[in-house]
Design a protein around this ligand. Structure first.
Ligand SMILES: CC(C)(COP(=O)(O)OP(=O)(O)OC[C@H]1O[C@@H](n2cnc3c(N)ncnc32)[C@H](O)[C@@H]1OP(=O)(O)O)[C@@H](O)C(=O)NCCC(=O)NCCS
Length: 155
């Protein structure tokens, strides 16, 4: 069974381990994760994990999604699902739940940037009613690539 819940400090090690296996996942240092979860400074951050429960005794984090909220605008900062759990609906569930939390926090729209070559993520976003707004040339480095900016209204 997969459950979604707020990410807490005890998840950081598992999330970093999972992210290390995914080139498109966030590769933030431990201190950055700590700051996000401590709710230090602004913007407001909402961080969720997807956890697989085995016989309700052991648990493993298999997905993470994080958004920031500044007034009426939420930004999807990151979403990632462990390779062996992809295409099982986890990313879709995480994004839907994150959107609901952001709307509750007062956001009226959500925006995001995604590598032009990341067609899997773009398909996920389109399936959740995000539309392409524009392209930012040379936005990414290592390797250099354009970003596609996508957006949707919330609520
Ligand atoms: C993008 C990502 C989070 C999707 O997570 P997921 O759990 O596999 O997504 P879901 O199973 O919920 O898929 C929902 C829908 O998105 C689309 N989709 C997801 N992955 C896809 C793929 N590889 N190819 C085409 N469509 C895809 C489909 O429409 C899918 O619905 P379907 O399975 O009924 O066809 C996952 O591929 C991932 O972690 N990638 C690496 C990290 C990353 O790229 N993050 C985004 C950075 S901007």
């Amino acid at each position: 069974m997969i459950v979604l819940r707020a990410m807490h400090a005890g998840d950081i090690a598992q999330v970093m381990q999972m992210a290390a296996t995914l080139p498109e996942a966030p590769h933030w240092p431990l201190s950055a994760w700590g700051q996000i979860l401590a709710g230090e400074g602004s913007p407001l951050r909402i961080a969720l994990v997807a956890e697989v429960l085995v016989a309700e005794v052991s648990a493993a984090v298999v997905g993470v999604a994080i958004a920031s909220v500044v007034l009426e605008v939420a930004e999807l900062e990151s979403i990632a699902v462990a390779t062996q759990w992809q295409r099982h609906g986890v990313g879709g569930r995480l994004l839907k739940e994150l959107i609901a939390h952001c709307a509750q926090a007062g956001a009226q729209r959500m925006t995001l940037e995604v590598r032009a070559s990341n067609l899997a993520a773009q398909a996920l976003y389109r399936a959740q009613q995000f539309a392409v707004m524009r392209r930012r040339q040379g936005y990414y480095r290592d390797p250099p690539e354009d970003a596609v900016v996508m957006e949707r209204l919330l609520g």
